[in-house]
Design a protein around this ligand. Sequence first.
Ligand code: SF4
Ligand code: SF4
Length: 199
Amino acid sequence: MSNLPKFRFSCIRCGSCCTDKNTFVNVTHTDIFRLSKGLKLTLDELLEVISFYIFENKITESDISKMVITPIMTERGLSFPGLKKNPEGICYFYNTNESKCRIYKIRPNFCRTFPFTFEYVDDNQKRVKINITIKGNEYCQGLDQKYPYIDIEKWIHLGKSVLENLVENEKFVQSWSQKLKKTKTKPKAKGYLKEILNL
Ligand code: SF4
Ligand code: SF4
């Protein structure tokens, strides 16, 4: 374990990750499911808090293979699902007056792992590497030499479960797409969310 990297970090709840207008919180099918159950949201209410962010540029298969989260086809084009932002670019669930997350216990994996990101380092997907995200380096005030070293094993454990969830999410999206093809149904954001509510 001595070869594992050491990172000093403590989330000081500065809110930078929740309020940065260029940070988009992607969500997997299970993130959405947890949110819908935790807040008891109907399909229409879910549509109010989940956005389908359309890619501005043309996306190639190679681009898709490098994406953290599997994109979803919607009536407006290829997109990735994420938490909605308010007009100022702040996460919809951030309580600005109290500087805290309104859904902390059921927040998406993206928020649980920030400012870190994980990747498999071997083909049989056993070993996981931890890195700091670009955004984390850019503005996370909790990454500082004055804070203690993180419990690396705990974070790697979390990273593994998040990577597994991303694989499950990919399977879910593929199965939904195949179902649409079979039934000759046009892909719609609402239909995708409905499929999740039926889980
Ligand atoms: S869900 Fe909570 S932790 Fe995640 S960005 Fe929004 S306010 Fe921040
Ligand atoms: S930017 Fe870093 S320290 Fe600030 S709330 Fe996010 S994770 Fe915590």
